[in-house]
Design a protein around this ligand. Structure first.
Ligand code: AMP
Ligand code: ZN
Length: 499
């Protein structure tokens, strides 16, 4: 189609490469989603935003995108990354915490945080994937995959579970470079030793545990799946046996993605995914985010708690290219808010000029086309958001300077086109939408109550920290085809056009 293509730094080769899709102009893309045992933090969203930008760039260059991002709603273990299904169950731990008191059980808890996650996703204007598969809804497929791996000798059963046999897959380590078996022992094995395993580096596909709060019946007994198998199964179910591109945060390279490759390639006998991208961690004030340091922020802490404009938060999180560490500070957020304000001002100036319909020359269009092209080129080059955002700001400045004292209808048209294109590419120049405008539509009645009444009930439930009721209301409206959005101007509702 177009002449542009997307280049990424491929973790597999550590090179900047043009993504060659299997089918021309069609990207099959999988991005690892959140584990829903608490609210996702802004670091998680940095990683999800990288995936969002991939989708936006691919669409901007005319590709069709099949985008899948999972929701891990199975209680995996607190030390999965180092101890392979060792430690405490994350969901169970959350249920027994102070915040967990509001939930009846782990299922309720997972549902609550999954809904909250989707709310945050929408508020930060991430594009919704084609499918949002949940691990708990793909248990049969996971069990079948484990059975297949056992049949082909890539896995074995012990009294504690089913393990993947690393020695059966010589390519293990190709993503992370972690091929040294002794190192693997340290990396995977440190905390929990399971004498039933053939090699300490073998990882769990199924853990037997009839005390686990979330458990399923399998040919090996009651238990739950290992952490990695869900992504192999769900990626291949929705995207086919070979994907084009796979994304996640930097901590997922090993063991999660390495294990996904091992399982998938042993299941199909061919390559699982040729291109991988990993987002560097977000730091806050130069430090790793941690609850104990008090530098741990969720989207709602900032947006609901501190009145931060969600578009400004989005801007701040994407302002540094994904391959570089992003140090998030108050200043980052202030700069982002000012820049988003500039984008909004440009739009309002362009809209006024458009409404005035003054005849005259287009004095901005040529330059705006150049700026958009430069922004798109930068995004095609390993998602260089720093350069792309600079073009967006320069365009906004030109629009403000040229149209503030009135401009021609043609200049206004070119300006609005630029802002729409920039918004489609980066999501930082939203159309003007006020609560009043949204409410101007005829107000629907759901279960006998007008929508405003539902919104008021939800607001007061949230104020008294009754998040379960607030979510229940959101779900009731959702089922009636009404979507709620929290905006800086208050809560607005919309009729859902698609899922
Ligand atoms: P989790 O919910 O823990 O499964 O994490 C969801 C995604 O967020 C994964 O891709 C992680 O790699 C990523 N992630 C976790 N912490 C951070 C961070 N501080 N910065 C960027 N990404 C992160
Ligand atoms: Zn995954």
């Amino acid at each position: 189609m177009g002449t542009r293509t997307l280049h990424v730094t491929n973790t597999l080769t550590r090179q900047l490469e043009a993504v060659q899709t299997q089918e021309p102009d069609h990207l099959r893309f999988y991005s690892c989603g959140p584990t829903v045992y608490s609210y996702a933090h802004i670091g998680n969203f940095r990683t999800f935003l990288t995936a969002d930008l991939v989708v936006r760039v691919a669409e901007a260059i005319g590709w069709k995108v099949s985008y899948v991002s999972n929701i891990t709603d199975v209680g995996h273990l607190t030390q999965d990354d180092v101890a392979d299904a060792g430690g405490e169950d994350k969901m169970e731990k959350a249920l027994h915490s102070k915040e967990g008191e509001q939930f009846q059980n782990v299922w309720d808890l997972a549902r609550h945080y999954a809904n909250a996650f989707i709310d945050d996703w929408d508020r930060l204007r991430l594009k919704r994937p084609l499918v949002w598969p949940r691990a708990t809804e793909h248990m049969r497929e996971q069990i079948e995959a484990v059975e297949k791996l056992i049949e082909s000798d890539h896995a074995y059963v012990t009294p504690t579970g089913v393990y993947f046999r690393l020695s059966s897959f010589p390519d293990h380590g190709k993503l992370s470079g972690n091929r040294d078996k002794e190192q693997l022992k340290v990396a995977v094995r440190d905390v929990v030793q399971d004498d039933n395993k053939e090699h300490p580096g073998d990882f769990a596909l199924w853990k037997l545990d009839d005390k686990h709060l979330m458990q399923w019946y399998s040919p090996w007994g009651w238990g739950f799946p290992g952490w990695h198998i869900e992504c192999s199964v769900m990626a291949m179910k929705y995207l086919g046996e070979t994907l084009d591109l796979h994304a996640g945060g930097e901590d997922l390279v090993f063991p999660h993605h390495e294990s996904e490759i091992a399982q998938s390639e042993c299941l199909t006998g061919h390559e699982f995914c040729p291109y991988w991208i990993h987002t560097r961690f977000l730091q806050v004030n130069g430090e790793k985010m941690s609850k104990s340091k008090g530098n741990w922020y969720t989207v709602r802490d900032l947006v609901d708690g501190r009145g931060v404009d969600p578009v400004a938060l989005r801007y701040a999180l994407i302002s540094v290219p994904y391959g570089k560490p992003n140090n998030f500070t108050d200043q980052t957020l202030k700069d982002a808010a000012r820049n988003v304000e500039r984008m909004r001002e440009a739009r309002s100036v362009a809209e006024s000029a458009s409404a005035a319909q003054v005849a005259g020359e287009d004095v901005v269009g040529g330059r705006l086309v150049e700026l958009y092209d430069k922004a798109l080129d930068a995004m095609c080059e390993d998602l260089n958001t720093a350069v792309a955002l600079a073009q967006a700001l320069e365009g906004a400045k030109l629009i403000r300077e040229s149209l503030t004292d009135g401009g021609s209808a043609d200049s206004a048209k070119a300006s609005l086109l630029f802002l729409d294109q920039i918004d489609a590419l980066l999501g930082i120049a939203p159309p003007v939408e006020t609560a009043a405008e949204a409410l101007a539509e005829a107000e629907p009645v759901v279960e006998g109550k007008p929508i405003a009444e539902w919104i008021a009930l939800r607001t007061s439930a949230k104020a008294s920290k009754d998040f379960a009721t607030a979510d229940q209301i959101r779900q009731t409206l959702d089922a009636a085809g009404i979507e709620l959005r929290d905006t800086p101007d208050g809560v607005i509702w919309k009729r859902k056009t698609s899922m």
